[in-house]
Write a new protein. Structure first.
Length: 276
C-alpha cells in the first residue's frame, strides 16, 4: 500500500508542474512592461523659428536686447500605445540647448484618443537668441511607467530688418499763387516687417533752391487720420505743406527718413520745381 501511494504521488507531481507552466494567471513582469510600454510617435509645433524683432512691439517704445518678451507657440503630441493604456501627466518643457535649464513648461491635455496638446509661453529677453529643446514626457495610468520622450527644436532669432519706403506721392512741379498760399500734399508709403507699430517716425527735411535748409525742418508726417492724413493706420504717412506766394522759385530738395523702434532707418529723396 505504501508503494502504491508513493507511485501515485510521483505520477501526480509532473501533472502539477505542467499545470503551473500553462497557467495564464502567472505573468512575466518583463512581458507586462513590454505590453504597457508607451511612446510618443511625433510632435508638432505651430512654429519652429521665432524672430524676437517682431514680438511684443509697442508703438512709441524703443526695442532693446534686454526687453522681456513672451514667445508663444502651441504643441501637439501623438502617442503610440495599446488601446487600454492611457497617458497621464504628460508635460512639455522648453530647455536651453547648452545648459539644459528649463525655462518654460506646460501640462498637456488630451484632445483626442491619440493626441495631447497645450500652449507654451516662454518668457525670455529679446536678445536671448539661439536654439532651444522642446521635450515632451509623461507617465501611464498603469504601473506609472515613464513614457518614452519625444524631442523637437525651436530657434529664436533677432533679424533686425529696417523699415523702407515703398513710394513718395508728391507733385514734381508746383505753381505759386499770386496771393496767399498753396497747399502741397506730401505722402509717403512706409512698411516694416515687424508691423506698423514698429514705425517710430517719418519726416523730411527740405532744402531751398539756394541750398539753405528750411527753417521748418524737420517736417513730420503722420498716419493718424488727421492733419492732412486721409486714413489712419494704412501705412501712408501724410502732411500738407503751405507754400506762400512769396516763396523762392526753383528746385527744392526733400529728403525723407523713416525710423523704426530699433532705430533702423531708410532714406529717399524727392525734387520739386516751384514756378510762378
Amino acid at each position: 500500500m505504501l508503494l502504491r501511494s508513493t507511485k501515485a504521488i510521483l505520477l501526480f507531481l509532473p501533472a502539477f508542474f505542467l499545470s503551473c507552466s500553462d497557467n495564464s494567471g502567472v505573468v512575466d513582469p518583463s512581458q507586462d512592461s513590454a505590453q504597457q510600454a508607451v511612446s510618443f510617435r511625433s510632435v508638432e509645433l505651430s512654429a519652429y523659428i521665432f524672430d524676437t524683432d517682431t514680438i511684443s512691439v509697442v508703438a512709441g517704445k524703443d526695442k532693446s536686447p534686454g526687453d522681456n518678451i513672451t514667445v508663444i507657440f502651441s504643441v501637439r503630441a501623438h502617442r503610440d500605445s495599446l488601446p487600454h493604456t492611457l497617458v497621464t501627466g504628460a508635460e512639455c518643457k522648453v530647455l536651453t540647448e547648452k545648459e539644459g535649464n528649463t525655462i518654460a513648461s506646460v501640462v498637456l491635455s488630451a484632445v483626442s484618443p491619440g493626441m495631447l496638446a497645450g500652449v507654451v509661453r516662454m518668457n525670455i529677453r529679446r536678445g536671448d537668441v539661439g536654439d532651444y529643446r522642446v521635450v515632451i514626457t509623461g507617465t501611464t495610468d498603469s504601473a506609472k511607467l515613464v513614457v518614452n520622450p519625444v524631442i523637437a527644436k525651436i530657434r529664436v532669432i533677432a533679424v533686425k530688418r529696417p523699415p523702407h519706403f515703398c513710394g513718395i506721392t508728391a507733385p514734381d512741379t508746383l505753381t505759386l499763387p499770386t496771393d496767399g498760399f498753396v497747399l502741397l500734399k506730401v505722402q509717403a508709403c512706409v512698411s516694416d516687417s515687424s508691423g506698423r507699430a514698429d514705425i517710430k517716425r517719418v519726416y523730411f527735411n527740405s532744402f531751398l533752391p539756394n541750398g539753405n535748409a528750411s527753417i521748418a525742418n524737420p517736417v513730420f508726417l503722420n498716419d493718424n487720420g488727421t492733419n492732412g492724413d486721409p486714413v489712419a493706420g494704412d501705412g501712408i504717412f501724410s502732411v500738407d505743406v503751405q507754400f506762400p506766394s512769396t516763396a523762392l522759385v526753383g528746385k527744392y530738395r526733400f529728403e525723407f527718413f523713416v525710423y523704426d523702434l530699433s532705430n533702423l532707418s531708410d532714406f529717399i529723396a524727392h525734387t520739386l520745381l516751384v514756378v510762378n
